[in-house]
Design a binder for this molecule. Structure first.
Ligand code: ATP
Ligand code: FE2
Length: 323
């Protein structure tokens, strides 16, 4: 049984996963920091996590119906993410490991999204489109690692939505409201479509929109259509190169029904299928960190030397030993 702690950005989460008789998620609780105004400030988010984490650990144990002593393993998100936030999760995990004398393992946040998506939806060898505030990557397994087939060259797609929201007075997180407004949009405005090889770039879209006149619903509509088309194009190309037919969505932006529709049409046209986990497993969550902890159990240790955080921890740095 593994307790996993997520704290890469504005969400702190604790999950408990059991590996007995097939993997099960026994608890998944979280608390998110929303800045009163402006973007997320790493130190303030970290302070929020410090205040929330103790209660989250207690309530995860209550929900799972287990005691501290039932835990066999502690895992935490080692990166990528914001340093001050990552340190809160790592510190709590080290404290648990020391107090309970249980081994600890640091895991990659992006791979955790992918593995929980596979577990929850039952897909086996997908191309994952991971779309959150800070991350935008197309990831798939090949030759012993999860490879980044394409990614953003600047900001994440969620960050684009939230920046646009700040510019046009839509409260954080702006994604759901933009989705709502876009439904009423009719006019497709001309925005930069930046796909560079397998990578995408969103900052030009933000710059163009910032100075555009027009109805907000049309701006939202054009933003979604352009940015999502770029993502779907790169995802489709990865599927074609790798000859894979499953698409898996993950990250907070996966909640967007228009993005799902576009991915689903693309996948069906190729004779494939779209898989989307429930929202609580798409957004940042502790359950995915607990699950990956179980998969990486053989790399866990009682020694804390290996528990440093890595803000730039790359998806393809990790050797996949569990498949
Ligand atoms: P990460 O640390 O992985 O970058 P995160 O901190 O950004 O994650 P998530 O909860 O995965 O957290 O994603 C939040 C993002 O999802 C925000 O940018 C928000 O605007 C966006 N979002 C939420 N719901 C929707 C929606 N319906 N449509 C589009 N975007 C959405
Ligand atoms: Fe995430």
């Amino acid at each position: 049984m593994c307790l996993g702690i997520e704290s890469t950005a504005h969400t702190v989460g604790v999950g408990i996963a059991s590996g007995l008789e097939g993997t099960k998620i026994l608890a998944n609780v979280s608390s998110s920091y929303s800045p009163p105004s402006g973007g997320i400030h790493p130190r303030e988010a970290a302070e929020h996590h410090v205040k929330a984490i103790h209660e989250l650990i207690e309530s995860s144990l209550d929900i799972a119906g287990v005691d501290f002593t039932d835990l066999d393993l502690i895992s935490f998100a080692k990166g990528p993410g914001l340093g001050p936030c990552l340190r809160v999760g790592a510190t709590a995990a080290r404290a648990l490991s020391l107090a309970l004398k249980r081994p600890i393992v640091g895991v990659n946040h992006c791979i955790a999204h992918l593995e929980i998506g596979k577990m929850i939806t039952g897909c086996r060898d997908p191309v994952m489109l991971y779309v959150s505030g800070g991350n935008t990557q197309v990831i798939s397994y090949q030759w012993g690692r999860y490879r980044i087939m394409g990614e953003t060259l600047d900001i994440g797609i969620g960050n684009l939505l939230d920046k646009f929201g700040r510019r046009f007075s839509i409260p954080f997180p702006a994604g759901p409201k933009i989705e709502e407004l876009a439904k009423g949009g009719e006019r497709m405005l001309d925005l930069p479509y930046s796909v560079k090889g397998m990578d995408v770039s969103f900052s030009g879209i933000f710059t163009s929109l910032s100075s555009m006149q027009g109805e907000l619903k049309d701006l939202c509509f054009s933003l979604q259509e352009t940015a999502f088309a770029m993502l779907v194009e790169v995802t489709e190309r990865a599927m074609a190169h790798l000859e894979k037919d499953e698409v898996l969505l993950g990250g907070g932006v996966a909640s967007n029904l228009r993005l799902r529709e576009m991915c689903s049409v693309m996948a069906r046209d190729r004779g494939g299928e779209l898989h989307v986990p429930k929202r609580q497993y798409c957004v940042d969550n502790g359950a995915m960190i607990a699950l990956l902890g179980l998969l990486l159990e053989d790399q866990s240790s009682l020694d804390l030397d290996n528990t440093k955080i890595d803000q730039n921890y790359r998806t393809d740095d990790v050797e996949v030993t569990w498949l």
